[in-house]
Design a protein around this ligand. Structure first.
Ligand code: NZQ
Ligand code: ZN
Length: 381
């Protein structure tokens, strides 16, 4: 049955070629804007120049160096600069890491203590308004209120929730400069976001199931084509739309959610540095396998509707669907075992220990604790 829900997503989505020029219509005149960036890809693909041109009538300061898996150590510096300069609007220009990091900056600017407190608390209510120019389709951060922040010192990585961006600009042309590995990780991340909100129980909502399946089907269709030509506007536009729609709350309305694969994946990244989307490509087939009884009916459904697995015993079809899921990740060019990613078994023990210490019970039925996480990781070693 569909669960009760309240849905509201306030982010204005501005999509298409040349739309970065719209920035001056979206940021109120007179604002002092801090523009945040990653490591410099925007200087090579023309995005930086487009942003600066659009904001030429504003007072702006720049903060560079928000790294993949944004670290509190870097974000503290941005927060103190923003406080000193009394900025009252933030513009994140980059992928999920720059956007996530900027969400924490926007909360940290109006918080007196250390911003890591906010991450540990898991949420912040007061923020400075922010907008985004997205350069990497993957996380959905451009249209949700989540962020995932790392601490290098303690090798921790946690989700944190604050405000939605006021607006996000998505120009598919800016993705043409993406490295193949980032595209692969972005497709895997998008695919697994859908699975986390879909591969739970059957019979909750026909329409939510079909919205979710439409994103999975689109990804399976476009992935090999993007591999052949990553400069195809229409393909990259579809990819961008898939990523945004996968994690902006739309497909989650009134249905069960899992997120265990992500929680394990964050630990793997925190401990080894492996890129987010790649951790998920390794772990999801393990989660499907270990929880094959609880998730069986939904695995059969996705097998039929997305991978065309229609004949054989239920057990055969479940195995076949897990195999095809893994094949899909492989076809993107990603590793699908921990060993292939040069990760050793001691990481599994550490994750089990961390989950036990925190007494977690992830997943739609709370079944993923330390022991189950160990089983999942052991089956993808
Ligand atoms: O830093 P620069 O030089 O810009 O290079 C980046 C970075 O090295 C590069 N890149 C981005 N756009 C590019 C480009 N290179 C060439 N051309 C472009 N157009 O790509 C590299 C990776 O960027 P990053 O932002 O780290 O990737 P992604 O968007 O996948 O973000 C990953 C982070 O988001 C979190 C992940 O955990 C990870 O920390 N997530 C955030 C979520 C959310 N807020 O809702 C949900 C996700 O599940 C995820 O956990
Ligand atoms: Zn993700």
């Amino acid at each position: 049955m569909l669960n009760n829900f309240i849905f509201q997503n306030p982010t204005k989505l501005i999509m298409g070629k040349g739309m970065i020029a719209q920035l001056s219509k979206e940021i109120p005149a007179g604002k002092k804007v801090m523009i945040t960036f990653g490591g410099g890809s925007v200087k090579n693909n023309g995005v930086y120049d487009q942003v600066k041109e659009a904001l030429k009538d504003y007072q702006t300061i720049e903060f560079w160096g928000i790294e993949p898996n944004p670290a509190i150590e870097t974000l503290r510096k941005a927060i103190s600069l923003g406080k000193e300069e009394k900025v009252d609007f933030l513009l994140a220009v980059g992928g999920g890491s720059v956007i996530d990091g900027t969400k924490l900056i926007s909360s940290g600017l109006v918080y007196d203590g250390d911003a890591w407190d906010l991450v540990k608390k898991g949420k912040a209510d007061k923020t400075v308004p922010m907008g985004t120019v997205l350069t990497l389709p993957a996380t959905g951060s451009e249209m949700n209120n989540g962020a995932v922040i790392s601490c290098h010192e303690t090798k921790e990585k946690y989700a944190f929730y604050s405000e939605f961006p006021k607006f996000s600009i998505l120009d598919p042309e800016v993705t043409f400069s993406l490295p193949d590995y980032q595209i692969a990780c972005g497709i895997a991340d998008t695919f697994v976001h859908v699975m986390e909100q879909y591969l739970t129980k059957t019979g909750e909502s026909r329409i939510m199931d079909r919205w979710a399946e439409s994103i999975l089907q689109t990804l399976v269709e476009i992935a090999p084509k993007i591999k052949e030509n990553k400069h195809d506007y229409q393909l990259m536009a579809d990819f961008m739309m898939c990523a945004t729609m996968a994690l902006n709350g739309f497909i989650a309305m009134g249905v069960s959610q899992d997120w265990a694969t992500h929680m394990i994946g964050h630990e793997v990244t925190a401990l080894t540095g492996l890129t987010h989307g790649n951790t998920l490509a390794i772990i999801l087939p393990g989660t499907m396998n270990v929880l094959r009884e609880q998730k069986g009916a939904k695995i059969l459904q996705v097998g039929t509707r997305v991978f065309g697995v229609v004949s054989g015993t239920n057990d055969f079809r479940i195995n076949e669907t897990i195999r095809k899921t893994k094949e899909f990740f492989k076809s993107l060019g990603l590793t699908t075992t921990l060993t292939e990613a040069n990760i050793s078994a001691d990481v599994i023990d550490e994750i089990e220990k961390r989950f036990n210490e925190r007494n977690v019970h992830f997943g739609e039925d709370g079944l993923v604790d330390g022991a189950t996480a160990k089983k999942i990781l052991s089956c993808v070693l």
